[in-house]
Design a protein around this ligand. Structure first.
Ligand code: FRU
Length: 504
């Protein structure tokens, strides 16, 4: 059975903006140069701001600036000028932005609320001298909706007392204690600081020495609360770790527990490892401050710091973000767990919709073998399988293929990019990534494909996997498969997606 939607994917051949090979079309990437972590995620006055670790002069990591973009809907992005430049105190490493609603800083002069950025200064002079007091925390503020920034003249607000890795403040307002709270990654643990005014900080507690898994430093924490269905407040600590993730290199763990305004306590044993994403390419992700309806909207950097971030084969730019995802906390027999799905607004990018009728897959079901399959939103609802393995494959005429599947014997969801295209830039790239998964009476797989990345969400986002891949030519074929038995396809939908990048 064949469905074709090539006709809906006409491209304007005169437009070269964001048209380089491997360039994502509906994910955020910088116009040029290097990007890593999302920073300063804040919603204010109808605009989602995203700042990001940026080196505009090269496609490899270097002196860190904060790049800046805004969105009204988390779908389209407008590039704005660089917000923060390195200065005599150092490079501007990762951090967050808050809306100082009650003017606790005293920075407010007119009607606009101050947006206050809290970030890490990384002093390269001290680093070169081998000093371990190289990182400190600074602040800057904007009184014009994030357009221009003034650094606080008394920076740093938290000097370094001797910890080499002392960074990535992710500040929020804690209404119950009427204080600002700053989770900070310090070595292989978390420190929590509190402040009445974002200028004077006091250390309140530590967390994680027992929970540290390996030799990877902790980076980019985020402590967020959820209201459970029973109306109880639960807290989740998102914790990025530089090395030792379940599928190699850097990755993101999370802990579920409680927070009393000073201390975070873990509901689970220190040995319980919860992974936010089982792919190899989602790192340094955090959530928006002040998002409407108190939603927890998350975005991550689609790469792997430890394994190949500086090496991936892109041209004028390097790295993109994941799509924005809505996080929820679900009650499971094992306790509370995070679930995540792409934000609904992304559905506005759908060009058309192809439904694949209900049927039994006995071996392979070819869905399309003519179109260019670069930007897709796919959903498959599969059930009653006697197969040992099932899933779908994207491939091209060179037999490069990306496979997403469920292996019943090992009870694992996987993305196999072993033969998906280019991989000679790193021996750590051509791999199969796996996520343990038991809950398979029904298997719903949603996947977003964007030229060089796939994000997979299983059973309503209970499992998420994000992987990069670099085919040498476009994928033009998609098929579902069922090995060692049959699989019922309950429903399937394919939406080609349009680009968000139009040069102004
Ligand atoms: C995470 C990270 C942060 C640091 C920034 C430097 O990717 O290493 O810990 O602030 O990147 O660019």
């Amino acid at each position: 059975m064949l469905f074709c939607f090539a006709c809906q994917q006409k491209k304007d051949s005169t437009n070269t903006y964001y048209q380089e090979q491997h360039r994502p079309q509906f994910h955020f990437t910088p116009e040029k140069g290097w990007m890593n972590d999302p920073n300063g995620l804040v919603y204010y006055d109808g605009e989602y701001h995203m700042f990001y670790q940026h080196y505009p002069d090269s496609t490899v990591w270097g002196p860190m600036h904060w790049g800046h973009a805004i969105s009204k809907d988390l779908v389209g992005w407008e590039h704005l000028p660089i917000a923060l430049y390195p200065d005599s105190l150092g490079y501007i490493f990762s951090g967050s932005i808050v809306v100082d609603e009650n003017n606790t800083t005293g920075f407010q002069t007119g009607k606009e609320k101050p947006l206050v950025a809290i970030f890490t200064y990384h002093d390269m002079v001290k680093e070169k001298l081998g000093r371990n007091d190289r990182e400190s925390q600074g602040i800057a503020y904007s009184l014009d909706k994030g357009r221009t920034w003034t650094k606080y003249e008394k920076n740093p607000v938290i000097p370094n007392k001797g910890d080499t890795d002392f960074r990535d403040p992710k500040v929020f307002w804690h209404e119950a204690s009427k204080h600002w709270i700053m989770p900070l990654a310090v070595g292989k643990k978390l420190e929590i600081f509190t402040s009445p005014n974002l200028k004077e900080w006091e250390k309140a507690s530590e967390f994680g020495l027992k929970e540290s898994v390996n030799d990877g430093v902790w980076e980019c924490p985020d402590l967020i609360s959820f209201k459970t269905e029973a109306g109880v407040e639960k807290w989740v600590l998102i914790q990025n770790i530089g090395r030792g993730a379940i599928n190699g290199g850097s990755g993101t763990q999370y802990f579920v527990g409680n927070f009393d305004g000073k201390t975070f306590t873990n509901d689970n044993s220190p040995e319980t490892k919860l992974w936010l994403d089982y792919g190899a390419d989602n790192y340094a992700g955090v959530t928006w401050f002040n998002a409407p309806n108190n939603e927890r909207i998350y975005i991550g950097w689609m790469s792997n710091w430890d394994d190949y971030a500086n090496l991936v084969p892109t041209s004028t730019w390097r790295s993109g973000m994941t799509v924005p995802r809505k996080l929820t906390l679900i009650n499971t027999p094992d306790g509370y767990r995070l679930a995540q799905m792409p934000v609904k607004q992304l559905e506005t990018l759908r060009i058309s919709s192809t439904n694949i009728p209900k049927q039994t897959i006995t071996n392979t079901l070819s869905i399309d073998n003519k179109s260019v399959l670069n930007e897709l939103d796919l959903s498959f609802d599969l059930s009653a399988s006697t197969a040992t393995e099932l899933g779908f494959v994207l491939s091209n005429s060179k037999n490069e293929k990306l496979i997403v599947g469920y292996d019943k014997t090992s009870k694992q969801i996987f993305i196999d990019r072993t033969n998906a295209g280019k991989s000679d830039f790193s021996s750590k790239f051509a791999k199969k990534h796996k996520a343990p998964f038991n809950d398979v009476k029904e298997l719903t797989i949603k996947a977003l494909v964007d030229n060089a990345s796939i994000e997979v969400f299983v059973n309503g986002g209970k499992i998420a996997m994000t992987d990069l891949f670099f085919p040498t030519e476009d994928y033009t074929k998609i098929e579902l498969y069922s090995k060692g038995g049959n699989t019922e396809l309950v429903s399937g939908t394919i939406h080609p997606l349009k680009s968000i990048w139009v040069k102004k």
